[in-house]
Design a binder for this molecule. Structure first.
Ligand SMILES: O=P(O)(O)OC[C@H]1O[C@H](O[C@H]2O[C@H](CO)[C@@H](O)[C@H](O)[C@H]2O)[C@H](O)[C@@H](O)[C@@H]1O
Length: 279
């Protein structure tokens, strides 16, 4: 973990945590942000430092569990994973808000488990999903290393383990399938995700800001969002003055601040926690 934060990021965290009554929403992407990317998505885990930082930050958000200034803080995990998968892989702390399937699914972690809003598809969306699944399975047939992940409202082509030619051909076929069905492909890190419900992390974050404002009892909500992938740019795009955008890793970004990896995100969360509850 980085001991020293970049001075600009340190300054932004200082402003973000200003004791002015605004609610603070800390919204974190999962894969590539808290959990390093791996070949098998079922093997993804937060790094030990990220796990500890998330759990310690979450302890400040439990109503009645923290001191008064910290009770305005809320934590959210915002992921492309479907909600069940996210809840299983991330083991989110009680009190966390969850956004799954890039915003198509939402949930809230309570002491009794994850409360979710059921996802409903229209008949035509169900038909599109069936057609999409078949098209992507056909796209990976005979292409070593390429495979399809199925979600409640989407299908995802994975190419991390495929060679360049198989990968390019499968991506082309997936894009063509999306085009035929009038759907928008999302190109992430070695994935092409196609959803039958139009969603984005940006729209999800807008809604979450409203939910958190209502929860904390204020219209003023500042958001810290951290993410590593192209789909996280949609979330960065809805941030406004007073918010804090943190890009993880390489690549073009709208975010004003950048760290290298999950352990550095943990360092930022530690600094945030210290500012909210000085020890
Ligand atoms: O929004 P995120 O939490 O970042 O989820 C985005 C996608 O994450 C997963 O795929 C990515 O991580 C895998 C495991 O490290 C990696 O193998 C893959 O190449 C990455 O793209 C997940 O499998 C997808 O469903 C998510 O949409």
């Amino acid at each position: 973990m980085s001991e020293q934060l970049d001075p600009a990021l340190d300054g932004a965290l200082h402003e973000f945590t200003a004791d002015d009554g605004a609610a603070l929403l800390v919204a974190l992407d999962f894969d590539g942000t808290l959990a390093p990317l791996v070949d098998d998505p079922t093997a993804s885990r937060m790094t030990p430092a990220a796990r500890t930082a998330v759990d310690e930050l979450a302890a400040l958000t439990v109503p009645g569990g923290g001191d008064a200034p910290a009770s305005r803080v809320r934590l959210a995990l915002v992921s492309g994973r479907d909600l069940d998968d996210l809840a299983t892989r991330a083991a989110p702390p009680v009190g966390s808000y969850l956004v799954g399937s890039h915003g198509a699914e939402t949930g809230h972690v309570t002491a009794d488990g994850v409360e979710t809003v059921p996802l409903e598809l229209s008949d035509s969306q169900r038909e599109d999903l069936e057609a999409l699944r078949s098209a992507l399975e056909a796209a990976v047939a005979g292409r070593e290393g390429a495979w399809v992940q199925h979600k409640p409202s989407a299908a995802v082509l994975h190419t991390r383990l495929a060679g360049p030619e198989d990968s390019a051909a499968a991506v082309e076929a997936a894009d063509a399938a999306a085009d035929r069905l009038g759907l928008e492909p999302m190109h992430g890190k070695d994935v092409v995700e196609i959803a039958v419900l139009p969603t984005s992390k940006g729209e999800a974050l807008r809604r979450l800001r409203t939910v958190v404002g209502r929860d904390v009892g204020t219209e003023r909500v500042r958001v810290l969002y951290a993410g590593d992938d192209t789909t996280d740019e949609k979330a960065f795009a809805v941030l406004t003055s007073g918010d804090l955008a943190l890009k993880v890793g390489h690549g073009e970004t709208l975010a004003a601040h950048r760290v290298a990896g999950a352990d550095d995100v943990a360092g930022v969360l530690d600094r945030l926690r210290a500012a909210l509850r000085p020890s």
